[in-house]
Design a protein around this ligand. Structure first.
Ligand SMILES: [Zn+2]
Length: 241
């Protein structure tokens, strides 16, 4: 099994938005990763990065000038520029935030998407959409098969790839264990967040996020390589082992 990190782009935002207690006057440029997992029979994309149409003027594209006043987006290379998307067998979404689901519409509608049922339902609930800064335009119905998961799941039925419900950051956030690697996604933006629980200032449920971080910390301490969501000092494109 092979895992490769692609860097799709960057977002720049005040440090204090993404780590409680950090300076609001200083900005940090965060990488936006997506991952390709190859097995003997599958080629799975995990998350899809930014929506290329939104990069230049996200406030206008998403009609949220309030929200995007504090963000700048940059495309590195979209998933379409880095991969032959027609060869994918599945897309797994960790959650429905715009930096994870934005590239979904680049992927042929014949490729099914796998997401937690609680996340997908929240993405269609007005109050949850508002609270979680979801932009339904990014995951609008395009005829694609949506495979809904309830909790932890052995994705391929052979124990090789396990979806882990790690809610809190969003209602149905999931992490993915592939062998000895755990893609934690946004349970912890920084590797250190697993220990200090200094999460972004926004969340669906910070207490639940703390429980999810504890779950991943235990896995890390047992020897698994837990990859954080957006840590600029850790994420590098290329093979993940
Ligand atoms: Zn994110």
């Amino acid at each position: 099994m092979k895992i490769e990190m692609l860097n799709v782009g960057w977002f720049t935002a005040p440090a204090g938005v993404f780590r409680a207690g950090d300076d609001m006057d200083r900005t940090i440029r965060f990488p936006v990763p997506a991952y390709v997992v190859e097995t003997a029979t599958e080629r799975i994309l995990i998350d899809t990065g930014l929506n290329p149409a939104a990069i230049a003027d996200p406030a206008a594209y998403y009609d949220r000038p309030d929200f995007f006043a504090v963000f700048a987006l940059e495309q590195e290379q979209s998933v379409a520029e880095q991969l032959d998307l027609s060869t994918l067998t599945k897309v797994v979404l960790t959650h429905l935030h715009w930096d994870h689901v934005g590239g979904l519409q680049l992927i042929p509608a014949s490729v099914p998407v796998v997401v937690q049922r609680s996340e997908w339902q929240a993405g269609r609930d007005d109050a949850a959409v508002q609270r979680n800064f979801f932009f339904p335009h990014d995951y609008a119905d395009d005829g694609r098969e949506v495979i809904l998961i309830d909790g932890d799941c052995d994705l391929l039925g052979d124990g090789s790839i396990e979806l882990l419900l790690t809610s809190g950051h969003t209602p149905g956030h999931q992490s993915i264990r592939i062998g000895e690697v755990v893609l934690g996604a946004d349970v912890a933006h920084y590797a250190s967040s697993l220990d200090d629980h200094r999460f972004p200032v926004f969340a669906d449920d910070h207490e639940q996020q703390g429980h999810s971080a504890e779950r991943l910390r235990v896995m890390r301490d047992a020897g698994l390589n837990v990859i954080p969501g957006h840590d600029p000092d850790i994420l590098r494109p290329g093979a993940v082992t």
